[in-house]
Design a protein. Structure first.
Lengths: 158, 315
């Protein structure tokens, strides 16, 4: 099934953001991360488990009248590190955003290690994950130094 | 000011400088020379979980150098039991002291304390994480015996999974080109991420369950205690722990220069018959905790150790 066919599963948007190449099953998590809930008033479309040459299957999200900023994009990287994000203006791709995590991801997710000092919710600390590598994504807790399991980390998003 | 949270906070050059300082401070640590380099300075000892050697040796180190110590005391009677956060405790002690030594059951607590404090923090053990001052005294003991840290073959034995001393030590040894043999029961193997880190840095690492077969080629055998509570049933513990006990008879084929170390306390993994052999170094190792911590306290407080410390009397 062609890429074009996938994109046509939902109608083209006039203005907004298209997030493509989300790993299958993570689309809901992406919506949650972006704060898209039942009370959201802008039109949102999502297709799940569509064929992808590169990924086997994937999810795609289109959010109308909202442009994702770099900070939101970096959060997205924890769930969908290979996602492609395009900003749409007047039905055309106006901008393609690339994920740039920098050296540290702050206050996006809590360390997955159960005995880390960060598990005490009363400690007034910033949650800091150091980026050791991006392909594949390798994150270590600033405090305990433990490598983060990305499958677990999506459950610890702040 | 930066403290010592993991061994990554010290370059190889800095490690050797601290070991040289420690060497010069030996007569002060023994009480043969009085050298009040840290007079007027106060160490805050924050031990949130039990410690004998680390806490006492920090205290001894500070006092031998003319400094003073304030203690958190028993956690059960401190403000911690009232629900005080670590952040608040650190803010308080930061105001009272010039340097902090801390042990905490949570991993990462020492880094958090350092991030929150104005004064340097010395990590005295955080959960199953790091214990760099133990590593420094271990390196001191090894260099004292072999004259150098370069290219030695070191067997780390026992509980390599939960033992924080071997985690810090393994990283430090491979930075000096040591070859590591990791001898442990399968259940207590070194965590994968540590072995991967070591090999990614070019270290030669061998994993085995056979401690006794690894002794003859070793320059250092570093024993650790296998704790009964790590095993589901006592029979399994008895079977496994038996293979990680050293008796003087096991050392007949060892190199004359081989040393046996242990962070202590030992239970029965080193038989008392080993104590009188030329290989036993664990009690000297415990004493070296004082001298290594003296050198670290001086360095982190910005105090230089004189190159000509007298061997006795007033300096």
């Amino acid at each position: 099934m062609s890429q074009e066919h996938n994109m046509r599963r939902v109608t083209a948007i006039r203005n907004g953001t298209v997030i493509d190449h989300i790993p299958s099953g993570q689309g809901m998590k992406v919506l949650e991360m972006l704060g898209v809930q039942s009370s959201t008033t802008v039109p949102v479309s999502m297709v799940m488990n569509v064929p992808s040459q590169k990924m086997g299957t994937k999810d795609i999200i289109k959010v109308e009248d909202r442009e994702l900023n770099q900070d939101e994009l970096n959060r997205l990287a924890l769930v969908a590190p290979e996602a492609h994000v395009a900003i749409i203006r007047a039905y055309s791709v106006a901008e393609k955003l690339t994920i740039n995590l920098g050296e540290e991801v702050v206050n996006v997710a809590r360390c997955t290690f159960s005995n880390c000092i960060t598990t005490n919710p009363r400690e007034p600390l910033p949650h800091r994950l150091k980026v050791r590598g991006t392909e594949p994504l390798d994150l270590r807790c600033h405090y305990c130094g433990r490598p983060q399991d990305l499958d677990d980390l999506v459950h610890n998003l702040l | 000011m930066t403290g010592l949270i993991t061994m990554d906070d010290l370059t190889n050059e800095a490690i050797l400088e601290v070991l040289d300082d420690a060497e010069r401070l030996l007569p002060v640590a023994r009480g043969d020379t009085y050298l009040p380099l840290l007079q007027g300075k106060i160490l805050g000892n924050l031990f949130f979980e039990p410690s004998t050697r680390t806490r006492m040796s920090f205290e001894t180190a500070m006092k031998r150098l003319g400094g003073d110590v304030v203690n958190l005391g028993d956690v059960k009677t401190s403000s911690v039991v009232k629900g005080e956060t670590l952040y608040d405790t650190i803010q308080m002690v930061d105001g009272y002291t010039d340097i902090i030594a801390m042990r905490h059951p949570r991993q990462g607590a020492a880094q958090y304390a350092q991030d929150s404090a104005r004064v340097p923090v010395l990590n005295g053990g955080d959960g199953a994480g790091h214990h760099p001052t133990q590593t420094m005294l271990d390196l001191f003991t090894i260099r004292q015996a072999h004259g150098s840290l370069e290219g030695l073959k070191v067997v780390l034995a026992g509980d390599l999974r939960y033992g924080r001393t071997v985690h810090s030590l393994s990283h430090a040894l491979t930075r000096f080109g040591c070859e590591l043999v990791l001898a442990s029961p399968n259940l207590l193997r070194m965590p994968r991420e540590i072995v991967e880190d070591l090999t990614a840095h070019g270290a030669t690492v061998t994993e085995t369950e056979d401690l006794l077969g690894s002794i003859d080629e070793a320059d250092v055998v570093y024993m650790t205690r296998i704790q009964k509570e790590r095993f589901a049933d006592e029979d399994e513990y008895t079977k496994v722990a038996g293979a990680y006990k050293l008796h003087a008879n096991n050392l007949e084929g060892a190199k004359a220069s081989m040393i046996i170390m242990h962070p202590l306390p030992r239970v029965d993994e080193i038989h008392p018959s080993v104590d009188s052999t030329r290989h036993a170094r664990y009690f000297e190792q415990a004493f070296n905790g004082v001298v290594a911590r003296m050198a670290l306290l001086c360095r982190l407080l910005g105090v230089s150790v004189p190159t000509d410390v007298p061997q006795g009397g007033e300096a």
